[in-house]
Write a protein that binds this ligand. Structure first.
Ligand code: C2E
Ligand code: MG
Ligand code: MG
Length: 460
């Protein structure tokens, strides 16, 4: 009997341990997502003044983690967890939702008390953490929501807290924000998009599609453009024209830009080495990515670390980037001098003055697809005007010593046309939709053949 009893105790302990492991975060010992949900749902089901949710995200954790290593990062998370637990009132639950994101859920509490708590949390996280005799001040952003705010179930509460936390981040961090009932629908949608995008960063929701640029003299794909793609289970494919502006507005573009440049450069280097080619990868870059300190040096350093020659990279900027910010010019000059390509994207749609253009270190002009597609306008006068514009841009390109590429070339007819008008390169659906790098690189002057169309005459 004694043996049987011991056996039972042991099994019970093992089960308890297992249950504990399934419900807790192994690093910090806090409740995990599953347990937080279970407890929160229980709290929501009981009567009282309502449930408060404080969603907490460390502001500079990534910086510490990247510069001091994951070991120290982990230690910091453990301290952060302890701090959050000390702050949580009796009856509250503290959980780790993943990464550097924590949540405090408090039952039966008022808005006033919640606000007090939020303030205390922000203050407490403004105090440095001491690790190995060094001080680390990371700070935190808090999104705060109360179950009286409209949301009734846990998922909805967490979503609203996320939007609120996002507002705290956007306000510069080290602060809390309530979810705001009165936020207009569009503002809400944008914030939600930004919150989702922030979450998607670093996940496989984000990807890169490649589109070739074909040399019209040889018919060879000699360059390729990297285009960001975002697809989520709930939103489907979100077009760049929707999410890039949000990323720019919120500063997320800086991290995303770094990521796509890294991946695109690694991909093209692998391709070039494997096939002994000399293809250049063009990456779109926003103003915000170019105005920081030492941007050019950072890019050159990245290439050096990856052992990639500078001629395999080019950056594309729009005219507005050139026009808006004086600080961009020295960066572009440094990039060009280092051997990196500099393209003016969507040329003709912005406000470059010729005087300005002369100062810019442009190696490639990309004629906006509106002009290119204007060549096929049913009205002969409109088509003729478009042809004049394309010819003029080609002349500008010549004067600047830059190549000229026609964007948005959708069919063989247009391809023939832009070639006649003197464009050096063409890019567009005629060579296939943006896709894998291998697919992009197999495109050549035989555009249209694969889909059974006539091969473009005179391209080779
Ligand atoms: P863009 O740099 O001018 O890129 C060309 C856009 O035209 C791409 O749209 C491409 O898919 C589309 N396109 C290519 N060929 C054709 C064609 O024959 N016909 C038509 N109708 N369209 C064609 P996408 O991928 O939707 O990107 C839109 C814009 O988003 C880009 O315009 C670029 O400004 C921006 N973008 C994309 N990826 C990034 C990125 O990684 N960073 C930044 N900062 N911006 C990006
Ligand atoms: Mg582009
Ligand atoms: Mg373009």
């Amino acid at each position: 009997m004694l043996v049987a009893a011991r056996e039972m105790t042991r099994r019970r302990d093992a089960e308890r341990r297992l249950g504990h492991a399934a419900m807790h975060d192994p690093l910090t010992g806090l409740a995990n997502r599953v347990l937080v949900r279970e407890r929160a749902e229980w709290m929501l089901g009981t009567r009282g003044r309502g449930v408060a949710v404080l969603l907490l995200d460390l502001d500079r954790f990534k910086l510490v983690n990247d510069s001091y290593g994951h070991g120290l990062g982990d230690e910091l998370l453990v301290l952060a967890a302890q701090r959050a637990e000390r702050l949580s009132p009796r009856g509250g639950t503290v959980g780790r939702l993943g990464g550097d994101e924590f949540v405090i859920v408090v039952p039966d509490t008022s808005r006033a008390r919640t606000e007090e708590l939020a303030r205390a949390v922000v203050e407490a996280f403004d105090e440095p953490f001491v690790l190995h005799d060094e001080e680390f001040t990371v700070g935190c952003s808090l999104g705060v929501v109360h179950s009286g705010d409209r949301a009734q179930n846990w998922d909805e509460l967490l979503r609203l807290a996320d939007v609120a936390m996002y507002r705290a981040k956007a306000a510069g961090g080290a602060c809390f924000r309530w979810f705001e009932e009165g936020l207009g629908d569009t503002a809400r949608q944008r914030l939600q998009l930004a919150a989702d995008l922030r979450r998607a960063a670093g996940s496989d929701e984000l990807g890169v599609a490649y589109q070739p640029e074909v040399d019209l003299r040889t018919g060879q794909a000699i360059a390729v453009e990297a285009l960001m793609r975002w697809s989520t289970p709930t939103r489907g494919n979100v077009p760049p024209c929707e999410f890039i502006p949000v990323a720019e507005e919120t500063g997320l573009i800086v991290g995303l830009g770094r990521w796509i440049m890294h991946d695109a450069v690694v991909a093209v280097a692998e391709h070039n080495r494997r096939t002994s080619s000399d293809v250049r990868m063009w990456v779109n870059v926003s103003a915000r990515q170019l105005t920081g300190p030492d941007v050019a040096a950072g890019i050159v350093e990245l290439l050096r670390e990856l052992d990639v020659p500078t001629r395999w990279l080019g950056i594309e900027v729009t005219e507005s980037v050139l026009a808006d910010d004086e600080r961009v010019l020295p960066t572009l000059v440094a990039l060009r001098d280092a051997g990196i390509g500099v393209a003016v994207d969507d040329f003709g749609t912005g406000y470059s003055s010729f005087a300005r253009l002369r100062d810019y270190p442009v190696t490639l002009l990309k004629i906006d697809r509106a002009f290119v597609q204007g060549l096929a306008d049913p009205s002969p006068e409109a088509a003729e005007r478009a042809a004049h514009i394309v010819r003029a841009v080609v002349a500008v390109g010549r004067a600047l010593g830059a190549d000229v590429v026609a964007e948005g070339v959708e069919d063989v007819e247009l391809l023939r046309h832009v070639r006649t008008l003197g464009c050096d390169l063409a890019q567009g659906y005629v060579f296939g939709r943006p896709g894998t790098l291998a697919g992009a690189m197999s495109a050549d002057g035989h555009a249209g053949q694969a889909s059974g169309h006539e091969a473009p005459a005179g391209v080779r």
